[in-house]
Design a protein. Structure first.
Length: 194
């Protein structure tokens, strides 16, 4: 089964039951009305599962930047997991700051036939997607290959140069993001597989 917010809740509560995961509640005494998908005070972590509306609505994309700024000011480590990224041992270990054995259940990418593809993203969502490819660099090729496999007629022309072109766009987007006062996402996590 591919990762959803409910599946993520199940993974967090079964894989690490020693932690209290607060779900969809405001942060007490913070002055903010934001409701993170998951919050763990013991780990000082906030996890947001970002579905397609986080890529198709510019209002949601920019609101996420504001949330990251607020969470960061409150001292939380922030993990944003896009709907096209699946849970892995490395990702879970980064969240928990401890080695965790977890078997990935579904491939990364736009595998589901109903998955919204980047062509349907708003402009802000498209740039966010490029930044996500950088954030999840170890999964980037698998994600891009899932797009190539969607429609061979459309993507055959781009097949040879797509990865290089996307890397150039990612680098360009990162330059823009780093020139922002707080960075595009305010998220410091880059997962590297062993």
């Amino acid at each position: 089964m591919y990762l959803t917010e409910d599946r993520l809740a199940e993974i967090l509560t079964t894989t690490c039951p020693q932690y209290d995961w607060v779900r969809n509640k405001t942060i007490p005494n913070s002055g903010y009305k934001y409701r993170p998908d998951f919050r763990c005070e013991e780990l000082n972590v906030i996890i947001e599962f970002d579905g397609l509306q986080h890529y198709t609505s510019s209002k949601v994309v920019w609101n996420d930047f504001d949330k990251n700024q607020a969470y960061s000011e409150l001292g939380y480590r922030i993990f944003r997991i896009p709907y096209f990224v699946q849970m892995t041992s490395d990702l879970l270990s980064s969240i928990l700051k401890a080695e965790v054995d977890f078997e990935q259940e579904y491939p990364h990418g736009f595998i589901d036939k109903k998955a919204t593809l980047p062509a349907d993203f708003c402009e802000a969502g498209y740039y966010r997607f490029l930044l996500d490819l950088h954030m999840y660099d170890d999964f980037k090729n698998e994600i891009l290959e899932s797009l190539l496999s969607k429609d061979q007629n459309v993507f055959t022309v781009f097949n040879r140069d797509l990865l290089g072109s996307v890397q150039g766009l990612i680098n360009e987007t990162l330059i823009i993001a780093t020139n922002q006062s707080t960075g595009m996402f305010g998220v410091d996590v880059v997962v590297k597989q062993s």
